[in-house]
Design a protein around this ligand. Structure first.
Ligand code: THU
Length: 139
């Protein structure tokens, strides 16, 4: 459960996602992505997409941030921001990332994504990854 008394500053988190996209290694797709994850203990983990000449080995920004956080001991995240500066419109996290992220985020966790325009999509994990029947298995 998320502590509702603690207000998440999504503007600040989104700015960190924008900054992280600068580190993207995306010479093949030329599509940079930055992500920022807030853990329940208040730490922020950022990530970018890292591509490879063997295309399938590419890792998305969301999973980079997530794996950084989990490997630093964070196991629950309360908010995610994703920036895609090379698209004008907001681009939602891919299916693989939705599944992996849902393992470590409660259904009510906040998600914001946006591209280079001022348009932002604000949603929650349960909307991004509904019918998550496996969530309870992990308990
Ligand atoms: N990408 C992400 O980093 N996150 C997503 O949710 C969608 C796709 C990356 C992977 C690849 O480097 C590039 O965007 C184009 O698909």
């Amino acid at each position: 459960m998320i502590d509702k008394k603690k207000q998440v500053n999504m503007d600040e988190l989104f700015q960190k996602a924008i900054d992280s996209a600068e580190s993207a290694y995306a010479p093949y797709s030329k599509f940079r992505v930055g992500a920022a994850l807030l853990s329940e203990d208040g730490r922020v983990f950022t990530g970018c997409n890292v591509e490879n000449r063997s295309y399938g080995l590419t890792i998305c920004a969301e999973r980079t941030a997530l794996f950084k956080g989990v490997s630093e001991g964070a196991k629950c995240f309360v908010a995610l921001a994703v920036s895609t500066p090379d698209s004008e419109k907001p681009v939602a996290p891919c299916g693989a990332c939705r599944q992996v992220i849902s393992e470590f985020m409660p259904p009510e966790a906040q998600v914001r994504f946006g591209g280079s325009s001022s348009e932002r999509v604000d949603t929650t994990i349960d909307k991004l990854y509904p019918f998550d029947s496996l969530h309870d298995l992990a308990k």
